[in-house]
Design a binder for this molecule. Structure first.
Ligand SMILES: [Zn+2]
Length: 100
């Protein structure tokens, strides 16, 4: 789980999910209000998870000959798994770091 670099407090899983799309732009710590950003290392790891999940969903359709509802049944668990894994891969930084 993300830990604030200023106050050292660890964010909860729910707090991490709420801020999931805001890390690259910077988001305030829930406890001390200091802006926190996604670290470069964490950004690479998170993007890798997104790419693998996207490939799984995109390639899953022709590989398993899925369409319609069965395809949705593949995509939804992948999205849920990604949402559960990503908060554990997040490391915060006090300054905005380059993505690569
Ligand atoms: Zn803090």
């Amino acid at each position: 789980m993300p830990t604030c670099n200023t106050c050292g407090k660890r964010w909860t899983f729910t707090q991490s999910i709420k801020k999931a799309l805001l890390y690259s732009k910077g988001t305030k710590c829930f406890y001390c209000g200091t802006p926190q950003y996604l670290s470069t290392r964490s950004g690479k790891r998170t993007n890798l998870i997104y790419v693998i999940a996207l490939l799984g969903v995109v390639l899953g359709r022709p590989l398993f000959d899925l369409a319609g509802f069965p395809y949705l049944m593949l995509a939804i668990p992948v999205i849920i798994i990604v949402m559960v894994i990503v908060p554990f891969s997040i490391e915060l930084s006090n300054e905005k770091e380059p993505l690569w």
